[in-house]
Write a protein that binds this ligand. Structure first.
Ligand code: TMP
Length: 700
């Protein structure tokens, strides 16, 4: 029977939510179908379970090994403190390590050592060993995390990273619940066994610690099977000028990268700002509840509220807000979270506080997933470990500082009331002031990240939000950058000229120049390129045209439009005209039909300037040599028709073309091209967002 709802447009929030769930299941399945990611994910789940179990078991053991109750408290805080120290000392090294050494072995060794240390803790039964081992376990975890974060993008396509991050956050934090249950179960089992078997007498948490060790050993075996993630880049040990660099040198390169790259800096500052505000909220939640004259139950409720908000933010948030640009969404969510914290600071009511804490943490959850995903997508493989190592250790430092400084500051401010007359007053106690300032601080950081990362310049944020809620039509994308396409037959020298133009633009101070090409600049596109150019492929002309168009549609959607929207100067090796010349003039597909397909693929995106490097095919094919791909291997008559096709296109629309005689020396061609491009750039600079450089290139 036909589904009655088939073809009906989505209406109402219920349909919307169902569609979200269907999309989410589809994305989840597609990510979990990748065998290596599934294995890495199982290793993460096991290690996270081990981490939580370890936290419970070691603090319990610390208490059990101490005599008096105050010694117990000192021992517990000693164990917790010792977990924070490695991040301060080794954090930066851990990231550089993940870039310089084999990531798979880094993870395997970290897991084995952590497992071994847990066994050592049980065997020693001494507080000093426990503290040293905890320090070492935390240190090795610190090496494990950037190696894992940097490996994920090597296993998945960029568009799958958001789902992967959602899954990672869910297992990392979600495993706390089964870990707590398991701890309770293992402790009871240990007590039961201790009555009969002497081996279990020594301590009630031994079984939990052995189990914990086992989770790390199994995780190590799981990672052992992952051969694809070694991911170490030879460039990570070298500077931009290809000189070998020391470990300290490579840490410096990582920090310089984070600082100089505008987008990455926006992301890192946003993530750290959000954690700082989060730290203050956690540190002050207990006194805040007292301020509202509520008791322990309210404290428990508030705590549960935080986790619920985060969980909703991680899981459904990114999907519900799917139509908003990720770069904008990140800043917006931090602004939203900051505003809610500021409101919580001043509302004198528990129910309202619960609502705003929930919304704040849901925003924080979305910002977290989005921020991590953007970092993984933006940072190149060879710098990824260092970037994540840097972020991770800074998060720990900031959490540590805010947890310590928040209550101290609130205490220093003390309790005050400002009288307004008529018996009304405003609370101005330390807790309110510090929470309020933390909220405003996060809000300011969010605004700054938003402005730094905005990729829809000229599109109103309100309109985008209304469109995301399906209240208004989507805003038309505003071309902010400048788009140059290079065209020409085989061997015309396009790639050389693009590189020369890039250098000329950099020398003239133009910022954010992007080089790209068709076919094959996206993940699916590279598969299509292999298919199209493989001499063994047999394709009918129309199928060939459609495959080129499919590659273009993906390229426009994933690369060209987003980069142009950010104000980049995009230099593209081949675009629509190649299809009109090769498939139109060469394969004789009617131009009208071809143009319709192009409109579908590009949604009307046209270059600002097309540079045609004109060359007789006899000369061009001579430069290509004997080893030819499927298109180069076409007969000479085909290539002649292609050249005539290009020239005719340029003739029809002279204003948009620069035709250059490609028989000249590369330097002369480059000079002609650079002069025209710079002239046009100067002309549009006032009305577009193309920029002159304000900083040195990233890795210089
Ligand atoms: P190239 O990127 O090395 O120049 O190779 C791409 C080949 O694909 C080249 O022979 C031109 C051909 N081509 C088409 O036939 N139609 C198109 O739309 C594009 C982009 C390329």
């Amino acid at each position: 029977m036909r589904d009655a709802s088939f073809g009906r447009p989505l209406s109402g929030p219920v349909d919307e939510l169902q569609a979200v769930q269907v999309d989410q299941m589809h994305d989840l399945r597609s990510v979990l179908q990748v065998r290596d990611f599934r294995r890495l994910y199982s290793a993460l789940a096991l290690s996270s379970l081990g981490d939580w179990l370890g936290l419970l078991a070691t603090t319990a053991l610390a208490a059990a090994l101490s005599k008096s109750s105050s010694a117990q408290l000192y021992a517990i805080s000693g164990v917790l403190l010792v977990r924070l120290v490695p991040a301060l000392v080794f954090g930066p090294f851990a990231g550089a390590f993940a870039d310089r050494f084999d990531r798979r072995w880094t993870m395997i060794v970290s897991d084995l050592v952590r497992g071994g240390l847990f066994v050592g803790i049980v065997l020693a039964q001494r507080l000093d060993v426990l503290i040293v081992a905890t320090f070492l376990i935390e240190t090795f975890s610190l090496f494990w995390i950037p190696a894992k974060e940097a490996s994920v993008p090597n296993l998945l396509a960029p568009e799958q990273l958001e789902t992967a991050n959602q899954l990672s956050l869910i297992v990392t934090y979600g495993s706390a619940v089964p870990a707590a249950a398991l701890f309770a179960l293992l402790s009871s089992l240990n007590r039961a066994l201790a009555s009969g078997i002497g081996f279990f007498h020594s301590n009630p948490v031994d079984l939990a610690l052995y189990f914990d060790a086992a989770t790390f050993f199994v995780a190590a075996m799981t990672v052992f099977g992952l051969t694809k993630i070694s991911g170490r880049s030879p460039r990570a040990n070298r500077s931009a000028s290809d000189q070998p660099v020391s470990l300290l040198g490579s840490i410096r390169v990582g920090w310089v990268y984070v600082w100089r790259n505008k987008l990455v800096r926006g992301l890192v500052v946003g993530i750290l700002g959000a954690f700082a505000a989060g730290g203050v909220v956690i540190a002050l939640s207990r006194p805040y509840v007292e301020l509202l004259s509520a008791g322990n139950a309210a404290y428990g409720l508030l705590f549960g509220d935080v986790f619920l908000g985060l969980a909703i933010g991680f899981t459904v948030g990114p999907r519900l807000l799917a139509d908003i640009s990720r770069r904008r969404l990140f800043g917006m969510c931090i602004v939203g979270a900051g505003a809610c914290v500021a409101i919580v600071a001043v509302v004198p009511n528990l129910s309202l506080a619960l609502v705003f804490v929930f919304v704040a943490t849901a925003f924080a959850g979305v910002a977290w997933v989005t921020g991590y995903t953007l970092l993984q997508q933006e940072v190149p493989n060879e710098l990824r470990g260092r970037t994540f190592g840097f972020v991770q250790s800074m998060i720990q430092v900031i959490l540590f500082l805010t947890l310590a400084a928040g209550p101290a500051l609130a205490g220093a401010i003390g309790k005050h009331r400002i009288r307004l007359g008529n018996g009304a007053y405003v609370r101005a106690d330390g807790i309110t002031v510090v929470l309020f300032v933390a909220g405003l601080g996060a809000l300011a950081v969010g605004v700054s990240s938003f402005r730094r990362m905005d990729d829809r310049l000229g599109v109103s944020i309100v309109r985008e939000l209304l469109a995301a809620c399906h209240i208004a039509a989507p805003p038309p994308p505003a071309p902010a950058g400048f788009f140059v396409a290079f065209e020409g037959g085989e061997g015309a020298g396009k790639s050389t000229q693009i590189r020369l133009l890039e250098s000329a633009l950099a020398a003239a101070g133009w910022d954010d120049v992007v080089l790209t090409h068709e076919p094959g600049s996206t993940t699916p596109g590279s598969t299509l390129r292999s298919l199209l150019l493989d001499p063994a492929t047999v394709l009918s002309p129309r199928a060939e045209a459609l495959v080129y168009a499919a590659d273009r549609a993906e390229h426009v959607h994933r690369v060209l439009r987003p980069r142009l929207a950010e104000g980049a100067i995009v230099l593209c090796d081949r675009y629509v005209d190649s299809s009109l010349a090769y498939q139109g003039a060469g394969r004789e597909i009617p131009l009208d039909a071809l143009r319709r397909v192009q409109r579908l693929a590009t949604q009307g995106l046209q270059p600002d300037l097309t540079i045609l490097l004109d060359l007789a095919p006899e000369i061009g094919l001579g430069r290509v040599g004997a080893n030819r791909d499927r298109m180069e291997a076409q007969p000479l008559a085909f290539h002649r028709a292609v050249r005539d096709g290009f020239v005719a296109l340029a003739h029809r629309e002279r204003g948009r073309y620069l035709v250059v005689d490609a028989t000249q020396s590369p330097e002369r061609v480059a000079a002609e091209v650079a002069a025209e491009v710079t002239r046009r750039l100067e002309r549009v600079a006032g009305s577009r967002h193309v920029r002159r450089a304000d900083a040195a290139p990233v890795l210089a």
